[in-house]
Design a protein around this ligand. Structure first.
Ligand code: DGJ
Length: 720
């Protein structure tokens, strides 16, 4: 709900309210839990100091107005000057803007548009606030329009500048590296600035764009709908204000805005909640309803088997068909042929760009796919379209397609270079190549990989300061055309695991490969960190071989499944090596997953315990009608001699009576009790026999897990 009442502008969602005032300048007066009205709003304004100065909660900061902090919008004019004086002009309720070339949220028709003008230069700044009532999210789209006669250089332009009263906040970020993504870090914000940013061209595994600003009782979560270099920072100071800023990273950013042109910053989203959990729940709703789109948005995602960790590059047609046969026997629904099927690709040193069948190896991709389909499976394929190997036909024919700088030896990563997607010709090549592959093997699923950082950025027709962002625009243009052309294909985005797990990619591809680290112990941390911002249906999670390829830890098949069922389930070991007993166990797991898939993928998710620092951790995901729930609890070590490890659940229907049971490896269940949701949400329950019942034979560094199922028996009778 959006309202304009004189100089006051109100945004309301189901549980939150925001009040902005526009009168010469514009300022936030309130953002928090929903209030019935804004009586007393005058009293929310900032103090006026003895010298007449005021320090409001700003919607942006600009250069040249005596501001002591870094501006969130900064430009250089043709005369070399930097100062701007954007003044508030007016507010209107308008149709939501279309962000040229950028992914954005959908599902609301109107925005509150606030216009600001720098009169001397005729540079116009507009902020469009949209309230997504059902998910308690507010987004901001920011634009800069050059109404003057000379070009203007945009040096930085944040998408969102949120400011709140108080300097007692902490700043939480989700950081890591390859195979160790999105580990939560929280630090108190004392005086000064704390940054979270990417400098490598993609949103990165190093610092995810999702951040939290929190204190007891108030938490603000912010994310950016973008997949390139981003920067968030939080800053507190002696004026008792704290600000949270997100947008394109100003690093190597210098965008020329010609007269009449508009620059669109990526859309940013903010969510308020009283706790981290509330923010996560609202973010999940926002992502599920207003980011993920297309045929697969609410559809149950197939259980897949992928050959990567089972074979790496070393496979034959026979091997692939044998794995697929086992996959079909176990009840999987989709087989994915990973890296190694094209060009002359027997290792990672060659062939990227040659998206033609390596027929000597596959025995003919088209017929291979047909044979897989004849087994009752869908066929999916891996591709890494943004890359080029120097040892490839494509490079020999079109060396100019590669991202490199003349007379400089380019930086190679995993032996590969990137394609210069800024160039429309290269975009056309990638679009055609991917289309051909999908059509050739009638792929039902595509895993879109991206295995390096961006370096050696150069395009002869592009200003250096525009390269990073123009790359993203090129990428989004290709992907949006592909998604439109193949609306039935399920796309999963991947970047050496989870290095591009962001809202930009999720606008096109409904799921993301969470991490190349498939170790159950590590995954509890990675998945729990990821789930702060992203729902289960977006997280690819696979059962792989034990000992684990990345960590050497070994865990029972049951434990590996218990952890993987917290996302979109898949298997990626060589299933031909599984004996009959293991195959039976996998069959039972898949049958269980299918039965509870709607709640495992689309239920309301609650984080339990603390995966990073706790004695135990886990999740519970509850059906939207409260009828059932699945919870997995993971205990990182057996503490011999210690008793009474207790767990707490959440989110169950308070008035419903549930039967609770836990699952054994063979698929049978052990009844635990019948209890009301109210009790289950509040009590501390024993993990009876967890250590003695977990199969740790020949395991090293095992994780102890238990999967509980809750089923509603009846609703509590209301007292008359
Ligand atoms: C990185 C991905 O994350 C893996 O799953 C696999 O597809 C490899 N690339 C293939 O090169």
């Amino acid at each position: 709900m959006l309202k304009i009442k004189g100089n006051y502008f109100i945004l309301e969602t189901n549980h939150t309210s925001m009040l902005i005032k526009g009168d010469g300048r514009a300022e936030y007066l309130y953002y928090g839990e929903r209030v019935p009205d804004f009586s007393g709003a005058e009293w929310l304004s900032p103090e006026v100091y003895w010298d007449g100065a005021v320090h409001p909660l700003s919607l942006f900061l600009q250069a040249g107005r005596g501001e002591a902090r870094e501006p969130s919008v900064s430009v250089r004019f043709a005369d070399g000057s930097y100062a701007t004086d954007f003044r508030f002009v007016r507010a209107r309720i308008v149709p939501r803007p279309v962000l040229e070339g950028l992914p954005s949220a959908y599902g609301e028709a109107k925005s509150l548009k606030l216009e600001f003008l720098d009169e001397p230069s005729r540079l116009k700044l507009c902020l469009y606030y949209t309230a997504f009532a059902d998910s308690d999210a507010i987004t901001v789209c920011a634009t800069l329009t050059n109404g003057g006669k000379k070009p203007v250089s945009v040096l930085s332009f944040a998408s969102l500048h949120l400011e709140v009263w108080g300097n007692d906040f902490s700043f939480t970020t989700f950081d890591g590296a390859w195979a160790s993504e999105r580990r939560r870090h929280t630090r108190p914000l004392e005086c000064g600035k704390c940054e979270n940013a990417s400098y490598i061209g993609s949103s990165s595994a190093f610092h995810n764009p999702f951040v939290l600003l929190g204190r007891k009782g108030d938490v603000y979560g912010v994310n950016l709908i973008y997949s390139g270099n981003h920067r968030e920072f939080a800053e507190s100071d002696a004026t008792r204000r704290t600000r949270l800023v997100t947008g394109i990273n100003p690093y190597q950013f210098d965008w020329e805005l010609a007269p009449g042109e508009t620059f669109f910053a990526p859309e940013a989203v903010m969510v308020y909640g009283k706790t981290d959990e509330e923010v996560s729940e609202r973010m999940h709703e926002f992502v599920s309803r207003h980011i993920v789109r297309g045929k697969w948005k609410d559809r149950e995602r197939p259980v897949l088997v992928n050959n990567w960790e089972g074979t790496y590059f070393n496979f034959t047609r026979e091997k692939i068909l044998n794995i697929a046969r086992k996959a079909a026997e176990a009840g999987a629904e989709l087989f994915v042929l990973d890296d190694g099927w094209f060009g002359k690709r027997d290792s990672d040193t060659c062939s990227l760009g040659d998206w033609t069948d390596y027929a000597e190896k596959t025995g003919g991709l088209e017929s291979l796919a047909d044979e897989v389909r004849a087994m009752g499976l869908k066929f999916g394929i891996w591709i890494e379209p943004e890359m080029i190997s120097e040892d490839s036909e494509l490079y020999r024919k079109h060396p100019e397609y590669a991202m490199k700088i003349a007379r400089r030896d380019p930086q190679r990563m995993r032996h590969q270079l990137m394609l210069n997607l800024v160039d429309p010709q290269v975009q056309g090549y990638v679009f055609r190549a991917v289309s051909r592959v999908i059509t050739m093997c009638k792929a039902a699923y595509v895993k879109w990989d991206y295995n390096r950082y961006m370096t050696d950025c150069f395009d002869r027709n592009t200003r250096g300061g525009e390269y990073f962002h123009r790359y993203m625009l090129g990428l989004y243009s290709v992907i949006s055309r592909l998604v439109e052309r193949f609306p039935n294909v399920l796309f999963e985005s991947c970047a050496g695991g989870g290095s591009r797990f962001d809202l930009g990619m999720l606008c096109f591809m409904p799921q993301t490969w969470t991490s190349d680290n498939t170790d159950a112990r590590e995954r509890t941390v990675i998945q729990s960190g990821t789930a702060y911002a992203y729902p289960q249906s977006t997280m690819g999670a696979h059962v792989s071989a034990s000992p684990n390829e990345q960590t050497g830890n070994s865990n029972s098949l049951q434990t590996r499944f218990n952890v993987a069922c917290g996302g979109v389930l898949g298997y990626e070991s060589d299933l031909t090596k599984a004996d009959d007993a293991e195959l039976d166990e996998i069959r039972a797991q898949i049958a269980f997953y299918k039965k509870y898939r709607s709640v495992l993928q689309f239920g309301v998710y609650h984080r339990l315990g603390d995966a990073l620092n706790g004695e135990w951790s886990g999740f519970i995901t509850v059906a939207r009608d409260g009828s059932k729930a699945v919870s997995v609890i993971a205990v990182p070590e057996k503490r011999t001699g210690e008793f009474n490890l207790r767990v707490k659940f959440a989110g169950l229907d308070e008035n419903a009576l549930y039967s609770v049971k836990y699952r054994r490896a063979d698929g049978s269940f052990v009844p635990v009790c019948q209890a009301h949701g109210a009790m289950l949400n509040r009590g501390s329950f024993a993990l009876q026999n967890l250590f003695s019942e977990t199969d740790v034979r020949s395991c090293s560094n095992p994780l102890y897990t238990r999967l509980f199922v809750f089923e509603k028996v009846s609703a509590r009778k209301k007292r008359s």
